[in-house]
Design a protein around this ligand. Sequence first.
Ligand code: 8YV
Length: 334
Amino acid sequence: MPGRNKPLVILTRKLPDQVETRMRELFDARLVTEDKPMSQPELVAAMKEADVLVPAVTDRIDQAMIAQAGSKLKLIANFGNGVDNIDVAAAVAKGIAVTNTPNVLNEDTADMTMALILAVPRRLTEGASILLKSDGKWAGWSPTWMLGHRIWGKRLGIVGMGRIGTAVARRARAFGLSIHYHNRNRVLQDVEDELEATYWESLDQMLARVDIVSVNCPSTPATFHLLSARRLAVMQPHAYLVNTARGEIINEDALISMLESGKIAGAGLDVYEHEPAVNKKLVKLAQKGRVVILPHMGSATIEGRIDMGEKVIINIRTLFDGHRPPDRVLPEKL
Ligand code: 8YV
């Protein structure tokens, strides 16, 4: 893209240096100096001026903001897989393409999901914090101290068997878990066979039978509070719930009361319903070792972030070369 007519690409957050440098080489890229989320007026100002906006999960871009976008804005190239932060239908209706960064964070997110699947029953953070708080002092090994629960031989129920759900299932098989899943559509026979997976058309029936539930579906209006108070209540009292997808998929208040009253055994959470706010009650439960809470770091690897940046660049380049960007998000597919 030589010459002065490079598209004005406005980034809302600080990205890895490699990505930003490449963007400066290819585009008229405007970088941020301070890494904090933009305010709504700042976002609208960027959308009025830019040819391309590169937002992230921390930027909410709603219909009213899209209505104020300038006529130059051709693309919202989301730095992230989930596009629940963007009103895609409103953007597309205004002729603004939306792209995301699929695939490159499947493995990292699946790793973190597996880490939580292990961490909660095996009391990982609880044990680690004992040594941290006591400055390394402890009474020594005891046959009945810090006992958790075995995951080998248990049933894992995956809600959303897409790319990340499938990557979680592959890992979980190696840990001796049997795979159950609920999905909008049944996956290919080959995949089911490889994973020896059991499909449940009824989410309720699956929830009532598995020992660990992993949420791996996208956040859309259809999945808002998919794990409602009623559905959480059908889980078994010894079961654990892990969420590395989006907080809005679970009724968080209902989950907290279930945890507080011991109606489920524990939870591993990387995402929250009112992110970045984390409910104080969850923090209390974490201090008691009932839940493991992480600050949305499922895909947080440097390799993953560079790959995401590469995807954003390819999407922008392709569009400005006159082609359809590879990771176009279509509202009817959400
Ligand atoms: C990203 C994510 O860190 O890509 C996603 O959907 O949830 C995260 O792993 C974030 O979205 C980046 O914007």
